[in-house]
Design a protein around this ligand. Structure first.
Ligand SMILES: [Fe+2]
Length: 236
């Protein structure tokens, strides 16, 4: 989710972990006046490195990255509002983004590209491209030990909306107090067969949990829940 002028507030603490080497950092994103949605970055840690997906650059992230090789990951073409700050604070050894990322953000022209450059961190985190959605080029991630999928925008689960207009806005998006695929995907998907092929690849993982940038974790039976949410939008 995004707008032209989102405001992010930080330091709201960590979201519950799903595995000992998997952590989430919680911020909030004001997408419109009166509409505040959660924003979770995800960190996967190994003895030598950390992979931080959808970084915000909070103090909590900074502390978690201290002393490790830092790999920063932008999971879509529309999740980069705090990237410059995160890069400045976290001094990553690698920056990764989707196809089209460096066209959109020429200041990061040296960023590595998912699907083009070899991803050397599959031992810690696997990825899959969501094809057929050129405005977003979302990349989703799978953490094998906890069987957890992370998505930036494919699904939301905002159970405690904040802001006077949030109920209205979230109902418009079809995600009010429920795990659901935002209605915008029906507009965003330009190549349905390519999109569905990508979803087939995603659903081939044994997904037990889903962590979202914008929502509470979905725990248990999450592969079936994601399929049902996509089916509800007639996207699969
Ligand atoms: Fe988003």
């Amino acid at each position: 989710m995004n707008s032209d002028n989102p405001r992010i507030s930080e330091e709201l603490g960590s979201a519950p972990a799903l595995s000992s080497n998997l952590r989430f950092f919680k911020s909030e994103l004001r997408i419109l006046p009166g509409v505040v949605i959660p924003l979770h970055s995800m960190l996967v840690e190994t003895p030598t490195k950390v992979i931080l997906v959808s970084p915000v650059g909070t103090k909590a992230e900074l502390l978690a990255c201290e002393g490790k090789q830092v790999i920063l990951v932008e999971p879509s073409l529309l999740h980069h509002k705090r990237l410059a700050k995160a890069v400045q604070r976290l001094e990553p050894q690698e920056l990764w983004g989707p196809e089209g990322f460096s066209d959109k953000l020429p200041e990061f022209k040296d960023a590595r590209v998912f699907g083009r450059d070899p991803w050397p961190h599959d031992d810690a985190l696997s990825f899959a491209l969501i094809d057929g959605v050129p405005k977003r080029n979302e990349v989703v991630f799978f953490h094998h030990p906890s069987r957890t999928l992370y998505t930036a925008d494919l699904a939301f689960a905002i159970m405690e909306p904040k802001g006077a207009l949030a109920p209205f806005a979230l109902r418009m998006l079809g995600v009010y107090k429920q795990f659901a695929v935002p209605k915008m995907w029906n507009r965003w998907v330009k190549d349905v067969p390519a999109f569905q092929k990508s979803i087939d690849r995603v659903l081939s993982w044994p997904i037990e949990n889903i962590a979202m940038a914008h929502g509470d974790h979905v725990r248990g039976n999450a592969r079936e829940k994601l399929f049902a949410a996509l089916r509800a939008r007639e996207l699969v």
